[in-house]
Write a protein that binds this ligand. Structure first.
Ligand code: FAD
Length: 511
């Protein structure tokens, strides 16, 4: 009855229900527990995982391995070149080490879910067991349905139902088991037994436990790596001190400042959420505690931050109920009818790469894209604005942008990225219609009034003072503009807006 926990995007020790269960079985049955992480370069390629994210995974695995060591749980690393081989590799490993129980935390994406079902079938056919747990959301997908037992497709009623379910649990703790944190793991939790068994090679054989610094094909440029290591130190402890600092110093101002990209008033915990280094329940608990136990009243800042955790749950629930969003399909079928701008291929590539590299001639858009290229992270306000610029002003298929974001982001996450892109491109769940089109200049004046954020990321504009920072091409005289060596706007906003409105109107009313 040796037990194996298979880590995926749950790279933490605490509040990890599947890992806790593995240690529980090992203790109850007086057997061993070990853990495995499978590096699957084919999955990484197919899912457009960014090198900066993979580097973050590797660094976090090293911290996790040290912490697991204290519990007497060895962490084995295996690279499996073909993803279809994963179930058999797992089974062979279990056979070799007398393991009959496998624990996992569910992953909801279509490919991952199919892989897990295959693993389960294979294990069961050999008399072994797979124990699955839900830990990605505060409320498990499927547990929050409308009165007519349908999935929610609009955020506001989902939020209302979410808050009342969580409130019920707060009033009568234990009523709603999902909210309980998994049992805490302590040093020497698992006993080391039977030092003659093959199991013990897992503690000593370096070839089984070495975590690579990088995965071939996903190496990072040195300057980006240096930035990532400074901005995002690895480990659960760092994630928790980030959470503590945010809750202590910033969350109460979150409602007022969260939209200002130049001010550090968001938690920057998204890389940790996306890799499972911290759980949404842990964050919710910290927020509620700082709000004197209140969930839907008290500090506006805290309520507003809790709302973001609800958005995260919402997009995961949507992904589970509408798996088509994992398969390159818009949530709204009308999204398939949009006639994207008729560029020839070279023109489209040129426009797309100008957007990717932050050379659109719209300072706020360029600042956002350059922040992401330089750090692997972009402020939410700019994610919305840049995504809308691509899908509306440039009328380029949002799916190209969605992929590019995944290839760059340290927090790249299918559910949130796809949800955000479909929101911006008006093909998603949102009740608002296609006529919401941000004006980049107004976004800039409103959310980066001083222009400091732009000056930071677009050095060509760093000498500009005053309102010209938001629209140098139209405000400065020609000579002064040319001296900047900064591109003129690649598309006129009014033209782009009208073109998008026409294309979207035709698509949404077609058929
Ligand atoms: P905070 O403002 O501190 O929010 C706390 C947490 O709540 C975040 O860490 C995140 O886990 C969650 N959250 C916040 N906003 C959202 C949201 N709108 N949707 C879902 N969850 C949210 N987020 C990702 O984690 N990965 C992505 O790949 C991703 N791609 C996006 C693409 C687009 C086009 C858009 C518009 C948004 C995207 N988001 C994505 C959501 C959001 O921009 C980031 O989660 C947020 O900017 C992360 O910063 P933070 O950790 O400081 O967030």
């Amino acid at each position: 009855l040796n037990c194996l926990h298979w880590f995926r995007r749950d790279l933490r020790l605490q509040d990890n229900p599947a890992l806790s269960y593995a240690t529980f079985i090992a203790n109850q049955c007086q057997t061993h527990a070990c853990a495995i992480y499978i590096i699957s370069p084919e999955d990484m390629k197919l899912h457009d995982d960014a090198p900066i994210k993979i580097d973050f995974w590797m660094r976090n695995l090293k911290c996790l391995q040290q912490e697991l060591d204290k519990l007497n749980i060895p962490l084995v690393i295996k690279t499996v070149p073909k993803r279809r081989d994963i179930p058999q590799v797992l089974l062979d490993f279990c056979d070799q080490h007398g393991i009959s129980e496998l624990t996992i935390n569910h992953e909801y994406e279509v490919d991952e879910d199919a892989r897990d079902k295959k693993v389960q079938r294979l294990f069961e056919s050999k008399g072994k067991h797979v124990h699955g747990f839900h830990e990605q959301c505060v409320i498990q997908p499927g547990k929050l349905m409308t009165q007519s037992n349908k999935p929610y497709t609009v955020f506001t009623p989902f939020k209302r139902a979410w808050l009342s379910l969580v409130e019920v649990h707060k009033i009568s703790p234990g009523q709603f088991a999902d909210l309980q944190l998994a049992p805490k793991l302590e040093a020497n939790d698992v006993k080391v037994r039977d030092s003659n068994s093959s199991f013990h090679t897992l503690f000593t054989d370096k070839s089984l436990t070495t975590i690579p610094d990088s995965v071939p094909g996903f190496e990072m440029p040195a300057d980006l790596q240096k930035t990532a290591h400074q901005m995002y130190p690895a480990g659960e402890a760092d994630a928790h001190s980030r959470l503590d600092n945010f809750v202590r110093d910033k969350v109460k101002l979150y409602d007022k400042k969260r939209s200002l990209p130049g001010e550090p008033y968001t938690s920057t915990l998204s890389p940790h959420f996306a890799s499972g280094i911290i759980s949404s329940r842990q964050c919710l608990q910290a927020a509620v505690k700082a709000n004197n136990g209140k969930l839907s009243s008290g500090s506006d800042g805290i309520q507003s931050w809790i709302q973001e955790i609800i958005w995260r749950d919402f997009y995961r629930h949507v992904l589970v109920h509408y798996p088509k969003v994992c398969k390159n399909q818009p949530f709204r079928d009308e999204g398939n009818n949009i006639q994207w701008a008729t560029y020839n291929e070279d023109e489209e590539n040129e426009a797309f790469f100008a957007w990717c590299e932050g050379r659109t001639g719209y300072p706020i858009i360029d600042a956002g894209m350059r922040q992401m290229n330089a750090t692997g992270w972009m402020h939410n306000r700019l994610r919305m604005a840049t995504a809308m610029f691509l899908s509306k002003d440039l009328l380029i298929n949002w799916q190209r942008g969605e992929r590019y974001f995944m290839q760059c982001l340290i927090d790249g996450d299918l559910a949130s990225n796809n949800g955000g892109w479909q929101w911006a491109a008006s093909t998603g769940t949102d009740a608002q219609r296609y006529f919401r089109i941000f004006n980049p200049m107004l976004q800039s004046e409103k959310f980066d009034k001083s222009g400091d954020y732009i000056r930071r990321w677009v050095p060509e504009l760093k000498t500009i003072r005053g309102p010209a920072i938001h629209d140098p091409y139209h405000v400065l005289d020609r000579k002064a503009f040319e001296a900047l060596n900064y591109p003129k706007p690649m598309v006129d906003h009014k033209f782009g807006r009208d073109r998008a409105l026409q294309a979207y109107k035709a698509a949404m009313h077609a058929g």
